[in-house]
Design a protein around this ligand. Structure first.
Ligand SMILES: NC(=O)c1ccc[n+]([C@@H]2O[C@H](COP(=O)([O-])OP(=O)(O)OC[C@H]3O[C@@H](n4cnc5c(N)ncnc54)[C@H](O)[C@@H]3O)[C@@H](O)[C@H]2O)c1
Length: 251
């Protein structure tokens, strides 16, 4: 089995880092199935990949809803073929002081970021195991490595993804399926730009002062790490966290 021509699922693939990953995997020869909760957005992102010469389909699904995930992946199998790679990227990143955090806010963040990852990975994994080749990449966050004020729910969900990565890597190590996580930090996506516009985050220039390489990251920076992890070359890399953060938080 080789990566080229196989089907890669990218959740949250209609915006930001997710769309950069979907575009990169399409360029690398994957047929890409994009899942996103925003009505019509996954289909639109897929269309723009097809216009650029790639193969892609978009499906509306809320990753926290198992039935929607199962239905979207079933449609992807029927449109594109058996699934071979899964990139669990969909997430929300709300900010809330811990003492004001409601149980509903906590549960919603865990339901999308962590249980959503469980839903997509468990629903797709049988295809990978049956083929004897597969790649799973979870997009976690530096907030699980160093903490993040007002984001306890988010950081906990991202730490859960890191633990899930290790557990699945060893459980499936003999099947030809690798499981890794990419931990981004300070990536200049539209959702981050929105937070900056409301003053919830510092300006890109101010953020860059605290990043050793002197700039914020891009979706393409994350997509490049994912492209390696889903490639044939990465068959001996499993259970790892690849931190893509411009040199921040080393150690
Ligand atoms: N941008 C950063 O600096 C940064 C830093 C660390 C980690 N991350 C992680 O990278 C990933 C992408 O971040 P981003 O900045 O591109 O986010 P974003 O908010 O720009 O995009 C997230 C995408 O996920 C989709 N989505 C949200 N909830 C969903 C759901 N329930 N079901 C399906 N799709 C859903 C959104 O519609 C959107 O298209 C996330 O996992 C995030 O936690 C980002």
């Amino acid at each position: 089995m080789t990566a080229a021509g196989q089907v890669a699922v990218v959740t949250g693939g209609a915006a930001g880092i997710g769309v950069a990953i979907a575009e990169r995997l399409a360029k690398d020869g994957f047929k890409v199935a994009i899942l996103d909760v925003v009505e019509g957005a996954a289909e639109q992102a897929a269309k723009s990949i097809e216009n650029a010469g790639g193969v892609a389909r978009g499906y509306r699904a809320d990753v926290s809803d198992r039935e929607q995930v199962n239905a979207a992946l079933e449609a992807a199998r029927s449109d594109l073929g058996p699934l071979a790679a899964v990139v669990a990227n969909a997430a929300i990143a709300p900010q809330q002081p811990f003492l004001d955090m409601t149980l509903d806010q906590w549960n919603r963040t865990l339901a999308i970021n962590l249980t959503g990852t469980f839903n997509v990975v468990q629903s797709a994994l049988p295809d990978l195991v049956d083929a004897g080749w597969g790649r799973i990449v979870l997009i976690s966050s530096s907030s699980a490595q160093r903490g993040a004020p007002k984001m306890a729910h988010y950081a906990a969900s991202k730490g859960g993804q890191m633990a899930l990565t290790k557990a699945l890597a060893v459980e499936f190590a003999k099947t030809g399926v690798t499981v890794n996580t990419v931990a981004p930090s300070s990536i200049d996506t539209p959702s981050v730009q929105k937070k900056r516009a409301t003053g919830a985050m510092p300006s890109a220039e101010d953020m860059a002062k605290f990043i050793p390489v002197g700039r914020m990251g891009t979706g393409e920076d994350i997509a490049a790490a994912v492209a390696y992890l889903v490639s044939d070359q990465a068959s001996y890399v499993t259970g790892q966290t690849v931190s893509v953060n411009g040199g921040s938080f080393i150690g």
